[in-house]
Each structure stands twice: as C-alpha cells, then as structure tokens.
Design a protein around this ligand. Structure first.
Ligand SMILES: [Zn+2]
Length: 237
C-alpha cells in the first residue's frame, strides 16, 4: 500500500490529506486527519510517500517527495528511510509539523487488532498483592499492642522482685524503643510499597494499542468488549 501524505487542497484551514493507493482493486481513496487548520502552510500538498505492508501494518519506507521542502526523522533531515517505527518522530516542513503515524495507519487500515490475553493475569496479581499488603498491615496493627504488654510485664516484674528492678525497667525501655523503631519503619515502608504497586498496575493494565489505563474495567468486562473504548482498537482475548 502506498500513501502520499500532504496538506489538504482548496481551503485555508487545511487538514492532513492522505492519498491511499491500496495496490489492489480497491483503487485510490482520500482520507483526512486532524482538525481544520491543524496543518501549517509549509507542509507541501504532496510532501512524502509512505509504503506500508497492509497485513503487518509495518511502515516499509518513507520518502520526502518535495523538491526543496524538508522531512525530519528523529530530528535529522532525511530524504528517504526504510523501516520506520511508529515510535520514530517524523516532522514535515521547516515548521516541523509532527506526523502522527498511528493516526495515518488507522486512517488507511482501520483500527488494529491487539491481544488482551495478558491483562487478566496483571489484574489478578495486583488484587493479590493488595490483599497481601492489607494482611501485613493488619498484622502490624496487632503487633502494635505488644510493646505495652511487654513494658507492663517488665514493670510488674520490677515491682515484684526487688533484685530484678533495674533489669525490669531496662527491659521495659528496650522493648518500647525497639517497637517504636519497628513501627516507624513499617509506617514509612507500607505507603511506599502501596505506591509502587499502584504505579506498576497503572503501567501494565493498559490497552496494548493506545496504552490507556483500563483501571475502571475489570477483566470479565474486558472479555465482553470487542474494542478499546479509547482508541477503538479491536481486542481479542
Ligand atoms: Zn486503546
């Protein structure tokens, strides 16, 4: 499939124009991307030509077809390049119009199909980790009554047995200090771990196509959906 990319003609509020030649009986069609006026006048009407493998969605090559306008790939001026990734930065013209290659592929080939089979596991792991964290916190709360018990025990011992007085007081103090240190460590560690869990979940429980966090959708609901609610990519389980 060949796509000629440039500025829309016949308007002073141009969008990006794609002339798509599918190379089969479907012939040539035209599509537009972006809001009116989103493309600056320094982008040529036919600026660059993109070869795409329509089955794999791979961008095979990108060629600047202007006489003396510019194309930049990852910040460098470039006339032609093979094997472009959608994560590469492609800019057109001296004002560096940023080409959204995902949007180009979507306009030419429709929404991609992506597998969401790994998301259930990520969700379950997160739920399990949160549960473990809560159990740990529960244990910590139970432990927090212990220093009082130990101190009182030592105090009673000190009163009952004359010889043990100094040892008893020392033990009581030691227990109290020891537990205070432990509690402080738990109190600072748990929020940190909680935060790390949340961050991990936020980074991993996402649409494989657009990367949007899907926290509001549970795995059983995901399985019922056929498309990403954000990017409309087709989901297969
Ligand atoms: Zn998506």
């Amino acid at each position: 499939m060949n796509i000629v990319i440039g500025r829309e003609e016949g308007t002073d509020q141009p969008r990006l124009c794609l002339i798509i030649d599918s190379g089969n009986s479907n012939g040539v069609k035209t599509a537009f991307i972006g809001a009116p006026g989103s493309v600056n006048k320094k982008v040529s009407r036919k600026h660059c030509s993109m070869e795409v493998d329509s089955s794999t969605r791979a961008i095979l090559s990108l060629t600047d077809i202007t006489e003396n306008n510019f194309m930049y790939i990852n910040g460098r001026e470039c006339k032609s390049k093979k094997g472009i990734k959608t994560t590469d930065t492609v800019e057109l013209g001296p004002e560096k119009y940023l080409l959204d290659m995902d949007a180009v592929l979507k306009a030419c080939l429709g929404a991609p199909t992506v597998s969401i089979s790994g998301l259930g596991k990520i969700y379950d792991k997160y739920q399990k980790d949160v549960m473990e964290m809560q159990v740990k916190q529960g244990k910590m709360n139970a432990f927090s009554s212990l220093p009082m018990v130990f101190s009182m025990g030592s105090g009673i011992l000190a009163m009952a047995v004359e010889e043990a007085r100094i040892i008893g007081v020392a033990l009581a103090l030691l227990f109290m200090i020891g537990f205070a240190v432990l509690r402080f460590r738990w109190a600072t560690e748990i929020p940190k771990k909680k935060r790390a869990l949340e961050d991990k979940f936020h980074n991993e429980y996402v649409c494989p196509s657009c990367g949007q966090f899907l926290g509001s959708v549970r795995p059983d609901e995901l399985a019922k959906k056929t498309n990403c609610p954000y990017c409309k990519a087709k989901w297969k389980s």
